[in-house]
Design a protein around this ligand. Structure first.
Ligand code: FES
Length: 148
């Protein structure tokens, strides 16, 4: 791998980060990463943006939305790239989010267990297809079709 200069092209940023150039352009349009323009109107990213891209990808994997990532990055002075202490502080707050996702997946698994062998897929009563779970608590199956 060749050594990068301080200013890198979108292709170099893509190659080093493993993130598609289309996604990088999107991140830029959303204000998550920053580039200057050459006189020929080509993007040049400071090398530190690589770390910002790594932060964004990690946050996305945890389930943060683009807006939430932007808010997190906005807590950094002058939109600097997260340093070690920033990363520790911001990522610590993500543990609750992962716990919530784990709990939600466990609830889904319980519901799926109720569906297995049922097959009703009722929009009114199935605990998976009925997001409000209105009557699913009365048991799996097509409750209104076959009242218990
Ligand atoms: S398929 Fe989900 S409760 Fe019947």
């Amino acid at each position: 791998m060749t050594k990068l200069g301080d200013r890198i092209t979108i292709g170099e940023l893509s190659e080093r980060s493993g993130v598609a150039t289309s996604a990088l352009r999107y991140y830029e349009s959303e204000g998550l990463i920053f580039a200057t323009r050459t006189t020929g109107n080509q993007r040049r990213f400071h090398r530190s943006q690589l770390r910002r891209v790594a932060f964004i990808r990690s946050a996305q994997r945890v389930g943060l939305s683009i807006d939430e990532i932007r808010d997190a990055l906005a807590t950094l002075p002058e939109n600097r790239t997260p340093n070690k202490a920033d990363w520790a502080r911001l990522s610590r707050g993500w543990q609750d989010r992962l716990d919530q996702r784990i709990a939600e997946i466990q609830r889904l698994k319980t519901k799926l267990t109720g569906c297995i062998g049922c097959g009703c897929l009722s929009l009114r009563t199935c605990s998976l297809s009925n997001p409000d779970d209105v009557v699913a608590s009365r048991g799996p199956g097509a409750y209104y079709l076959h009242p218990h």
